[in-house]
Design a protein around this ligand. Structure first.
Ligand code: 5AD
Ligand code: SF4
Length: 459
């Protein structure tokens, strides 16, 4: 079998793709990188907004045409597969198998089945399953929980991924050990709401540490860098910030989705915190980690959001001074409470507010990144940048960064670099040695790449 996997959506989906891919490899499949070479195509889908759903619809349309020409098995996994919307699509486009987020380990059964296979159960064995480490990667994801117990009114995730189930710490540490043995240097702990780790459906689980203590455990394992995503402000405790501050391996990067700066909108979103609560969490984080890099998610144009509400989002952005943000126009998702009960705002209002928010974010990212010029940052270099002669990677604060290759540093690894220039979305740095001296650049950089290393001004 020649299998090709296509992934939409979040880091949880990337982790799940890896999990299923490693199952396929254990069955003897070859993983191929293009549709043309494949006789099995599996699409890992996202349902959080309308856009990724439409992308899957058009891909399925294309694949139906390929299927008419030659033998091809098409499968859908992930969030959209769990929903009626996805199942209708699957029927319409002749999809052969569906695996919801809780049924990924049914992949073997699905491949053996001679008829259409629909796997939609939430299976317990997924939680103790430890996928093999990724091959030759310095970075890996590690799922510590699945599902979500919150019911934000705009969000389809509790429907697609079910209630929260925390993984047993022994399974997490076992997986961590295998990642470390494979040479992984940066591990990102994943969950819909990692702060609620160990408290499933309101009940604290015996033998499970709090999230802050899990961070301490993971941080002491010998892994070089630990990150986590994502956090719900309602479950954020000061002890998490304290654990971060006292554990050097934990990166000073916090992704804390605020969604809106207006307490009135937050109430309609059922977020269970106010603007003031959020600002208190930020103050706690800054108390323990004065140099923390803060990122957030924001939805603009939630039903009923007035211009005044939106101004409160802009003013919260300024008050916090986020380093970066993922920003979205509200997308009504069938099956969510806000879809059922509230009227969508006109599209122009949403896109205009989104544009204003993006402009504000750019200003702040420019300012924050410019303040890093001259500082020394630890970079995890993944490999060649788009332009040969350069390597790309990211800092502990998740800033995408580019460096010219240097003598002794021409491939992936963790190195120190001095930031020389910054734009809102990219940092340009120079590799340094242990004494802080510039490492000599590789001779004969190609002319195009050399031009890129010329000073860049802030956009
Ligand atoms: N519309 C727009 N954005 C959404 N998100 C979740 N649901 C919706 C929706 N219906 C955003 C939130 C969340 C991120 C993963 O996606 O900001 O934090
Ligand atoms: Fe969705 Fe809210 Fe759960 Fe996040 S916390 S997954 S936004 S319901």
């Amino acid at each position: 079998m020649k299998a090709h996997l296509i992934t939409y959506g979040c880091q949880m989906n990337e982790y799940d793709t890896h999990l299923v891919e490693s199952q396929l490899v254990s069955f003897g499949a070859d993983i191929v990188q293009g549709v043309d070479e494949a006789d099995f195509i599996l699409i890992n889908t996202c349902a959080v907004r309308g856009k990724p759903v439409e992308k899957v619809r058009s891909l399925l349309g294309d694949l139906r045409k390929v299927k008419a020409q030659r033998p091809l098995v098409v499968g859908m996994m992930g969030c959209l597969a769990q929903l009626d919307e996805g199942q209708q699509m699957a029927r319409k486009f002749g999809v052969d198998m569906l695996l919801g987020p809780g049924s990924l380990l049914d992949i073997g059964k699905a491949l053996e089945s001679n008829e259409r296979f629909w796997g939609l159960a939430f299976r317990d064995e997924l939680h103790d399953h430890v996928p093999p480490p990724p091959v030759g990667k310095l970075q890996a994801h590690l799922t510590i929980m699945r599902g979500c117990d919150h019911h934000c009114t705009y969000c389809i995730v509790p429907t697609t991924r079910g209630p929260q189930v925390s993984r047993h710490p022994d399974d997490i540490l076992r997986e961590l050990d295998s990642l470390l043995a494979a040479g992984v240097q940066e591990v990102t702990l994943l969950g819909q709401n990692v702060n609620a780790y160990g408290v499933d459906q309101g009940a604290r689980l015996g033998g499970y540490p709090s999230f802050a203590n899990l961070l301490r455990l993971v941080g002491r394992s010998g892994v070089r860098r630990v990150k986590f995503t994502t956090s719900h402000p309602m479950n954020f405790t000061e002890d998490v910030a304290a654990a971060m501050a006292e554990t050097p391996a934990i990166c000073e990067y916090v992704h804390l989705p605020v969604q809106s700066g207006s307490s009135r909108v937050l109430r309609r979103m059922a977020r269970e915190y106010t603007r003031e609560d959020y600002l208190r969490h930020v103050a706690d984080i800054r108390k323990h980690l004065p140099h923390a890099v803060l990122a957030t998610d924001i939805i603009v144009g939630f039903p009923g959001e007035t211009e005044e509400d939106f101004q409160e989002t802009l003013s919260l952005y300024d008050e916090v001074g986020f380093d970066s943000a993922y920003m979205f126009a509200y997308s009504p998702r069938p099956g969510t409470p806000s879809y059922k009960h509230f009227d969508d705002l006109p599209r122009e209002v949403k896109t205009e507010r989104l544009a204003r928010l993006i402009a504000r974010q750019k200003e702040w990212s420019a300012r924050k990144n410019a303040a890093k010029v001259g500082t020394v940052q630890e970079l995890l270099l993944r490999g060649d940048a788009h332009d040969s002669g350069f390597l790309e990677g990211h800092t502990r604060g998740n800033h995408p960064t580019v460096v010219p290759k240097a003598v002794g540093v021409t491939g992936p690894g963790v190195h120190r670099a001095r930031i020389e220039h910054a734009t809102p979305h990219m940092m340009y740095a120079r590799l340094i040695d242990a004494q802080g001296n510039d490492l000599p650049e590789l001779p004969n950089l190609n002319p195009e790449a050399a031009a890129l290393s010329a000073p860049l001004t802030l956009a």
